[in-house]
Design a protein. Sequence first.
Length: 126
Amino acid sequence: MSGFVGSYDTAAELRQALGLGRGAGRVKALLRLAGGPLSLAELAQAIGSDPSYTTIIVNELQALGLLSRASDARDRRRKAVNLTAAGREATRKAHSIIDRAPSPLRDLPAADLLRLRDILSQLSRN
């Protein structure tokens, strides 16, 4: 099972489709910001990164036009990071890649897919 799952890792496809280079931090940041703006500290915590590396990620994504930074209206010392329109489009593209079933699963007969769904649901409950 782990061999099957591992052989359909989408990391390389995500990097190529989004043009973000190596490292998963950039994709994680985009996906986390889809829920709304976060401070740099909140984003660092959300993606499991230290604040200095998160700043590098944000700088790179901002240079690509995917993020914007603005002072928080309630606390001018705090910077809120938010997706731009291009960032929202990149997030949609990332989700389409991540959410797509591997081709061997898409090629299964409907009855097998239903059986697989039932098995996975059962495993999720346990």
